[in-house]
Design a protein around this ligand. Structure first.
Ligand code: HAM
Length: 414
């Protein structure tokens, strides 16, 4: 037997309705927030993620599925959706459209991480990307969209927000970080020492115990924000508060990807173990330009579907009912089975789910099978039914029987 690759998951037939519920909820939120779906390839040129996500991030440094294709090009399976969306925006000249351009996607993503609860190598994201607006209303709207989505799923999370400033205030902050870290570098990990040179902000993202202790007293970005960034952040917070959306400001959120500026946020839960962030996002005003486009500010988020599933299951959240046949139609011999087949197909073509036997079961076994499937009604076609064109249908919930003409069956079940 060949096993499933480590860090991946099958969705079995009896689980998929849960997936559909989460995806339908995402699409419904996208509809009410007027977001249009985009689809980008599962793989891109490696350069896109190196330039977009950033070479000092764990995602690019350690976690990418990168390979050379037969034409000798370096290809990478997308570790996230934002870089591809921004590439699409630039390549198709979407900056000429009326702004903002509000988009969403549901996509698989791939990261070579150590698998654990809520952390996979192939996972799925529902993401939103809004291009072209620099106003803080857009930040608040995107955060509200995430919150509306989580509400729809019935999960409870905490919203944490931060501002990591723009290149102007970041320069000041980086200096402060370097001053703080310099005398401590000896006792920090090798990755941090490299990051000290390349991108000190990323040091705050280190998971090593020793480094984390040192990080706890590092200067806070919120003390270094320039006037514009501070006002922007105040604007976002005031809109969240005005609508009663609770949040805490966590100056330790720096996010794991390099393209962010100004607002960043995470929705976290402590019900699913170490991987508690179910949704994360923020502003990325420099990414489009960095990928060769005009200066187009943007903001978005992505929520991990597997993590949400885990959270829903761990907290007993409600899923809608699994799909079940409306009616099961049993036949007993060649002729009556053919009639059952005909009725079932007719109902299906009109949009009613119907099931029949495919395994040559006895009538008794068919009743058992119909019950297992959770069919709402069961009808048996016998010789009499064939002649009279009237069938008895049994309501499996309350046991009541009703005689219905075959050609009125659709109207009855509708
Ligand atoms: P991210 O924080 O790297 O952000 O990922 C977003 C979400 O994807 C996480 O909060 C988590 O729920 C899920 N996720 C990440 N890695 C894994 C994994 N290995 N297994 C299972 N779930 C995972 C981004 O990807 C950004 N592109 C979000 C964004 C969009 N920012 C702006 N626009």
């Amino acid at each position: 037997m060949i096993n499933i690759p480590k860090g991946t998951k099958d969705v079995l037939p009896e689980q998929s309705y849960k997936w559909r519920f989460i995806e339908d909820s995402a699409r419904e939120v996208a509809r009410t927030f007027n977001l249009s779906e985009i689809r980008t390839p599962t793989f891109e040129y490696t350069e896109l993620f190196k330039r977009g996500v950033g070479e000092t991030t764990d995602v690019v440094n350690k976690e990418m599925y990168t390979f050379e294709d037969k034409g000798g090009r370096s290809i990478t399976l997308k570790p996230e959706g934002t870089a591809g969306a921004a590439r699409m925006f630039v390549e198709n000249g979407l900056a000429s459209r009326p702004m903002p351009l509000k988009t969403y996607y549901i996509t698989p993503a791939f990261r070579y991480e150590r698998p654990q609860a809520g952390r996979l190598r192939e996972f799925h994201q529902f993401g939103i990307e809004v291009f072209g607006s620099q106003s803080y209303e857009t930040d608040a709207e995107v955060i509200f969209a995430a919150s509306a989505f989580l509400d729809k799923l019935g999960v409870k999370t905490k919203l944490e927000i931060n501002s990591i400033g723009c290149p102007i205030c970041r320069a000041e902050y980086n200096k402060a970080l370097k001053n703080y870290f310099e005398p401590k570098l000896e006792s920090m990990c090798e990755t941090c020492r490299t990051r000290y040179v390349q991108n000190p902000l990323r040091m705050l993202d280190c998971k090593e115990e020793g480094c984390r202790k040192i990080n706890a007293d590092a200067p806070k970005i919120t003390d270094y924000l320039c006037e514009e960034c501070r006002e922007h952040f105040t604007g976002v917070k005031s809109l969240l508060s005005a609508q009663g959306l609770e949040y805490t400001v966590n100056p330790r959120i720096v996010r794991g990807l390099d393209y962010y500026s100004k607002t960043v946020f995470e929705f976290v839960s402590d019900e699913i173990g170490a991987q508690g962030t179910v949704c994360g996002g923020g502003r990325y005003d420099g990414l489009v330009e960095q990928l060769g486009g005009a200066h187009v500010p943007a903001i978005g988020f992505a929520a991990g579907i597997e993590r949400l599933m885990l959270l829903m299951e761990n907290t007993g959240a409600k899923f809608p009912e699994e799909q079940k046949p409306r009616i099961y139609i049993a036949g007993m011999d060649k002729e009556t089975r053919a009639e059952a087949f005909k009725i079932a197909v007719g109902l299906r073509l009109k949009g009613i789910s119907a099931e029949i036997d495919h395994m040559n079961r006895s009538v008794k076994a068919q009743f058992k099978y119909a019950d297992k499937l959770g069919a709402e009604y069961v009808a048996v076609i016998g010789e009499n039914e064939l002649k009279s064109g009237v069938i008895n249908i049994k309501n499996m919930k309350n046991g009541e029987q009703q005689a219905v003409k075959t050609d009125e069956l659709y109207a009855y079940l509708k």
